[in-house]
Design a protein around this ligand. Structure first.
Ligand SMILES: Cc1ncc(COP(=O)(O)O)c(C=O)c1O
Length: 462
């Protein structure tokens, strides 16, 4: 192994160029390869589980091992026919910006540590808020994903509603303070519940409002709320893609004096697409919004975004002061979010937005939704029911009873043309399809539909 700093520096150009070459070759074969890895490639991962060497290996050999053993056992989730969960691929400009940003290795927690990261972070946040039509003055933080974005917004919400009732939750915690009423829909995403647990409001104590057949909160017979209250709404149900009716729900929540939070991990991006903005009409009237860039915006992992209408509520919950730290809590990223040291996630978001422009973002969102409709049409034409109204990029497909549906999903995953996962929705076992990748084409959808139908015909032989 090359141990001295000098020799490592000498080896650096060749090492990085070798890694870049390997990465480009990996990306180039994404479209052609089976989406899940082969069993023997997964079995070969045991080659990475060796005793920690005392002397260390040659860095070039380490990179080769990663590429040659790790690469083949990856899932091609960055490729065009991965329809699992809600998974974007990384646009080439995101990938390139990420490589540069990795080379810069900036800590984006404070502007004094990286003027570049500070400018790109705040510009990217302004662009995101503008694209989504959020109120002037909205600010926030880049975090790891929508789960942490929900937790970040809910921490601000918790402290703000309690401050409104005379209780300093940031200082004193929750014990002894007035109880906070939390309202969600019955189809709230699991990670909002998790976030409620993280911020001490409890995973299981929310008042759950009933949802309709698409998972939207039924905006009728809404309860009166007293005391500090937070209402969690949803842009983009993880199964159906449907969004809550924001106009009536936010109107009601405002009358109750509640803080209104929206989990819009992917669905919020409908606001950036003129053809789809109606899906989330009125969402801008909320107080906070959680979304992801690593899903539909197709940036590299990991990148969630927490946004609040009144950034002072965020800094009240997130600021940390010490004599050696710059004290400008209103603008410094470490005082606007849960992380102090942090990856400069805004760099990739800035790069993607600069390269796509607002038209490009709208096209990405609209194109993937059109592909989801094409997927659904191909499946329904063969006689299999699509359980949701395909209003966004999500499709939920029924292949009969649970056993048969699971057998079809298993056959699809073994076939390898595409990857789709299971769900249980309104008591039905079903297959979920999420079209979220920038590189998916009509041909990819047609090949995937053909594979799914082949597997559905005789799942046990496929
Ligand atoms: C509606 C919704 N909220 C939150 C999340 C969690 O996002 P993340 O995995 O980025 O934390 C997801 C993930 O699919 C989601 O669909």
């Amino acid at each position: 192994m090359t141990s001295g700093a000098g020799s490592q520096e000498d080896a650096r150009p060749a090492l990085l160029q070798d890694a870049a070459g390997r990465a480009v070759r990996y990306l180039d074969q994404l479209r052609a390869r089976s989406v899940p890895p082969a069993d023997d490639a997964v079995a070969a991962l045991s080659r990475l589980e060796f005793e920690l060497p005392t002397g260390g290996l040659d860095p070039a050999a380490v990179v080769a091992l990663l590429d040659e053993v790790g690469g083949p056992a990856t899932v091609s989730s960055a490729g065009p026919r991965y329809f699992g969960f809600v998974t974007g691929g990384a646009l080439p400009v995101a990938q390139a910006a990420s490589w540069l940003s990795t080379a810069w290795d900036q800590n984006a927690g404070l502007s004094v540590m990286s003027p570049t990261a500070a400018v790109l972070t705040s510009q990217a946040l302004r662009w995101v808020a503008g694209l989504l039509g959020l109120p002037a003055g909205t600010n926030g933080a880049f975090v790891t994903g929508a789960t942490m974005a929900n937790a970040t917004c809910l921490a601000a919400a918790r402290d703000a509603v309690l401050a409104g009732h005379g209780w300093d939750a940031a200082g004193q915690g929750l014990a002894g303070g007035p109880p906070v009423t939390v309202v969600t829909g019955s189809e709230v995403h699991a990670t909002v519940r998790k976030a409620l647990g993280i911020v001490g409001l409890g995973r299981d104590r929310a008042v759950e409002l009933p949802a309709d057949d698409q998972g939207r909160i039924v905006a009728r017979d809404l309860p009166a709320l007293t005391g500090p209250a937070i209402v969690c709404l949803q842009a983009g149900n993880v199964n159906s893609g449907a969004s809550d009716a924001f106009h009536p729900l936010i109107g009601w929540a405002r009358e109750q004096g509640a803080w209104i939070h929206v989990d819009g991990a992917f669905g919020l991006w409908a606001a950036a697409a003129p053809d789809l903005a109606g899906q989330v009409a009125g969402v801008q009237a909320a107080d906070s919004w959680a979304t992801d860039a690593h899903k539909w915006l197709n940036t590299t992992y990991d990148c969630g975004i927490a946004l609040v209408r009144d950034p002072a509520t965020l800094t009240a919950a997130m600021q940390a002061s010490a004599a050696y730290l710059p004290g400008d809590v209103a603008t410094e990223p470490m005082h606007l979010g849960p992380q102090s040291s942090q990856r400069a996630r805004g760099i990739e978001v800035w790069a993607v937005l600069a390269a796509l422009g607002s038209d490009g973002v709208a096209d990405l969102v609209q194109r993937t939704c059109a592909l989801a409709r094409r997927f659904a049409a191909g499946i329904s034409a063969a006689g299999y029911p699509v359980l949701n109204d395909v209003v966004l990029n999500q499709v939920v497909i029924d292949f009969g009873d649970a056993q048969r549906t699971d057998a079809v999903i298993d056959a699809v995953q073994r076939d390898g043309t595409c990857w789709c996962g299971p769900t249980t929705w309104h008591g039905r076992r079903a297959m979920r399809v999420s079209v979220s990748n920038w590189s998916t084409t009509q041909a990819d959808v047609d090949a995937s539909v053909a594979a799914v139908l082949r597997c559905a015909k005789s799942p046990l032989d496929a």
